[in-house]
Design a protein around this ligand. Structure first.
Ligand code: PEP
Ligand code: MG
Length: 870
């Protein structure tokens, strides 16, 4: 729960809760437009009752035609948008009953709207109701109540007027003027989401921009004004702009309006202008606007995103759009629809089975096979099937029944706090499409003809969309939304396709064919950069390809620094196939087997024999090389539904890692027995996650000793401790008295040291394990290990960064356990530096101010090539 309790401030507006429910941060809204605060700041309420009330006195300036969103303006000009549920515009008013009219003056607490909670729960992706102080209001939130239940009228937010004028209202009118007409392509007209996209597209431009439709006119920076235009799909609006960036602003808006208009097949045509016409503009302005269509998306602009698959790509923009498949409301009889449904599922099932059993080489194909297996499970999900069958029996078409069942399940997932689970919504929607395509008789979605070197652009990508693309033509991926841990990101990384996610709506306004440099190392998409930059990027790619080939050829040699010091380079693996691939890449062992892979996506834990068999297959695939088996690291970002765990407000700080194992003794005993059954046992060592003190290690050791006696296992087995918490790093000198080795998990160590959630999309770019604070903790642990003669490894993500490898070695690390594909590069990088150079670099890094400074130092010391993934 978070309630800010600073003293009241004069002039603040007090907002009361407009509906009863659970108040939560806006970030939880499963819609990037709200979560990224494109409409403005606020909170979201998960309603428990179907009434919406006025949060303060004011005038109802806007009620959406679909009755799902209401905007109230206070006497001081502050606008509060209340948007009941997500994507509820699609209901076209069904389930909503107004209790007040647009233009009415209301008092705090007055009833505004009734909504049918059950209907929304079934038909909308989420009930979460954003309560937003619109960005153009000129007010900021001083305090807010989140993380607890609220009743109507409870204090919710206190607002304070900004000292300066509302952002973006005053724009120098000097300079050119531009006018253009465009067709509204948004399926449901300009409702909340399109309004936010439009306003965002002109936010940084110096121009006064207005949209006119019939007698109404709206400031394009004002989401409320844009919604009030009441512009519907197909309406032709006029865009007028004046000021230095007028032409850019006009074409940016036209592109956003038109980008939604073009059907998938028409994507080869420039998106923004396919359905917009330039009128009434002097020739010079028209020319500027036409040229600026490239420039609007261009002018050397850089769009910032989150890296989901590292690398560099040069290519041209190609928009990929998910076809919206129309489904009939009612069916042709329950028996007929039922048969059609079964036939469609059978055809999807056989395609998925073929893909899941696929034996194609390459990590991308393997990832696709694993994801197909996950989709197969979903296809057979009894709850989904039951829900669809009930609707079919009630007379709905098979398509609608399936769509509603899937969307209701997706809506539930979307409200979960774990971003990894939320990202599984994509898998459900993907499956929805596959079954609907099969129902339509089309068999598979029509193949998409990609141009060569395509940088594929989408709002969000689904796994099946990516897998269906001709990978040889995909240079990179750039999505407006999405998360770094989604299945699509995993496949992209496995296929070594550079990818950026969360680039924001501006990426959707790029025209097809625009030249792009996708730099998924800096996290930016360079729009139409100068020819010299494109040439340089191409040269870099060529040099990397040549170097990679040479490094792969040398990867089977053991890793040594330039002065001959031995550093072991191991791999993190999650399956026998990955272990075999890692060995081919030169892995000298496995430094981290994440055993969670065996426990996830099932209803009960694997028994001893299943676990032993899985560990044995991986040990065999490693061909006698060391295998480090980490005990179950459940909880936090890896929840396991069937474990008896109480609900936690903050799972990252709750029962996770070794705490879960110690709280479930049978679970721990079964896992340790399974590990003790692997042969030869000398190949294995055990690693304990999330240790904070020696007592936890002692407790596990006691169980282990008991089991060794029970199973008559004579030989000892090494037990290591993960250094993932600041506590364990600081206490490392104690831990090494009871642990045989240390392995540093930089992913969690960084999250806990920097107090930044490792799954937080907005903090992703700052969550850098090269932060000097993290490095200092690594040094403390490594010193402690050295004093006791213990080996210290790094198995977190930092070990997969060639740029970091010399720093880690300089801090005293002996073993790196990395993603298999980077092993050749890691070995090559370390072969070029001496330990003395590594130490000097490490000392400089420890003294640096921040992670960015460490990266500059490392690049300077090692040359650009050291940190350049391919
Ligand atoms: C880590 O935290 O760095 C680590 C290796 O563990 P995981 O990523 O599985 O939490
Ligand atoms: Mg961890």
């Amino acid at each position: 729960m978070s309630v800010d309790t600073t003293a009241p401030v004069a002039g603040a507006i007090a907002l009361a809760a407009p509906l009863a429910g659970w108040s939560t941060p806006l970030d939880e809204a499963p819609d990037a437009v709200f979560a990224a605060r494109m409409m403005g700041d606020g909170i979201a309420i998960d309603p428990t009752d179907g009434t919406l009330h006025a949060p303060c006195d004011g005038e109802l300036v806007l009620i959406a035609a679909a009755r799902h969103a209401v905007t109230l303006r206070t006497a001081g000009g502050c606008q509060i948008l209340m948007h009941v549920g997500i994507d509820t515009v699609n209901l076209r008013g069904e389930g909503f009953t107004l209790a007040a009219a647009q233009g009415a003056r209301v008092r705090s607490g007055d009833l505004l709207l009734r909504f049918d909670l059950d209907l929304l729960a079934r038909r909308a992706p989420s009930l979460l109701t954003p309560v937003i102080v619109t960005a153009d209001s000129g007010f900021r939130i001083l305090r807010r109540v989140t993380g607890r239940g609220v009743e109507v009228g409870d204090p919710l937010m206190d607002l304070l007027p900004e000292r300066s004028a509302a952002p973006g209202v005053a724009v120098a009118a000097a300079g050119a003027a531009a006018v253009q007409r465009a067709i509204v392509g948004f399926e449901h007209g300009i409702h909340a989401r399109p309004a936010a996209l439009l306003a965002t597209s002109v936010k940084s431009l110096a121009a006064d921009v207005r949209l006119s439709l019939r007698e109404r006119q709206a400031n394009a920076r004002s989401t409320v004004a844009l919604m009030a235009l009441d512009a519907q799909h197909g309406d032709e609006v006029e865009i007028q702009a004046s000021g230095p960036d007028a032409a850019l602003a006009v074409s940016a808006l036209a592109a956003v309006l038109g980008a939604e208009a073009a059907p998938p097949a028409a994507r080869a045509a420039p998106a923004g202008r396919a359905r917009s016409v330039t009128v009434a503009a002097p020739a010079a302005i028209a020319a500027a606007a036409a040229g600026a269509s490239d420039a609007a998306a261009a002018a050397g602009a850089e769009l910032s995103g989150v890296i989901s698959s590292r690398g560099l790509a040069v290519g041209r923009a190609f928009h990929l759009r998910r076809p919206e498949i129309a489904v009939a409301e009612s069916g042709a009889g329950a028996a007929h629809e039922s048969q059609a449904f079964d036939r469609a599922r059978a055809s999807v099932r056989s395609r998925l089975e073929r893909r899941a059993a696929g034996t194609a080489e390459g990590a991308g194909a393997r990832a696709a096979a694993e994801i197909a297996a996950a989709h197969l499970e979903l296809l057979e999900d009894p709850e989904l099937l039951a829900a669809a069958r009930v609707s079919i029996a009630q007379g709905k078409s098979a398509g609608l029944a399936w769509r509603e069942a899937v969307r209701a399940a997706a809506a539930q997932l979307a409200t979960l706090s774990d971003p990894r689970l939320r990202e599984r919504v994509d898998d459900l929607l993907d499956l929805e499409t596959q079954v609907l395509v099969a129902l339509s008789g089309a068999g598979t979605a029509p193949a998409i003809e990609l141009p060569g070197d395509a940088i594929v652009i989408a709002g969000e990508l689904l796994p099946s969309q990516l897998v269906a693309l001709d990978a040889s033509r995909v240079a990179g991926l750039a999505t407006a939304a999405g998360g770094a841990t989604s299945h699509v990101s995993i496949i992209a990384a496995a296929m070594e396709i550079p990818a950026l996610v969360a680039l924001g709506p501006a990426v959707l306004a790029l025209r097809d064919g625009t030249e792009l440099v996708l730099d998924a190392e800096r996290g930016v998409l360079e729009v139409a950069p100068p020819p010299a930059r494109i040439e340089a990027a191409r040269a870099t790619l060529k040099a990397r390809r040549e170097r990679a080939a040479a490094e792969r050829a040398a990867a089977q040699r053991e890793c040594r620094t330039a002065d001959g010091t031995r550093i072991e380079v191991f791999a993190n693996v999650g399956s026998a196939a990955e272990a075999a691939a890692a060995v081919r890449n030169g892995a000298e062992g496995c430094g981290l087997l994440r055993t969670e892979f065996l426990f996830l996506e099932r209803e009960s834990p694997p028994d001893e024999s299943e676990q032993r068999a899985a560990y044995q297959t991986i040990a065999d695939a490693l061909g006698g090389r060391p295998l480090t088996i980490r005990t179950l690291d459940a909880g936090g970002d890896k929840p396991i539904a069937y474990l008896p765990q109480p609900p936690e407000e903050n799972p990252a700080l709750g029962l996770r890692g070794v705490r879960t194992s110690l709280a479930n003794p049978p679970l721990l005993r079964t896992q340790l027995r399974a590990i003790l059954g692997v042969r030869p046992l000398e190949q294995c060592r055990i690693l304990l996650p999330m240790i904070t003190e020696a007592a936890e290690v002692a407790a596990v050791r006691a169980v282990l000793d008991e089991l060794r006696a029970e199973l008559a296992v004579k030989q000892p087995i090494e037990v290591g401790v993960m250094i993932e918490t600041p506590a364990s790093a600081v206490l490392a000198e104690r831990l090494v008295t009871i642990a045989d080795f240390l392995s540093i998990g930089t992913n969690d160590l960084t999250q806990y040291t920097l107090a930044m959630d490792r799954g937080h999309p907005q903090l992703a770019s700052r969550l850098d394990a090269l932060h000097p604070a993290v490095l200092r903790l690594v040094e403390i642990a490594a010193r402690a290990a050295a004093a006791r003669g213990r080996m210290v490894a790094v198995c977190g993500g930092l070990a997969s960064e060639p740029l970091a490898a010399p720093i880690l070695v300089g801090l005293g690390v002996h073993e790196l356990s990395a993603v298999g594909a980077v092993i050749p590069q890691l070995k090559a990088c370390l072969s070029r530096v001496t330990v003395a150079e590594c130490r000097a670099l490490a000392q400089a890094a420890l003294a640096a101010a921040d992670a960015a400074a460490v990266r500059v130092l490392a690049r300077g010391a090692l040359g650009a090539g050291a940190g350049a993934p391919r």
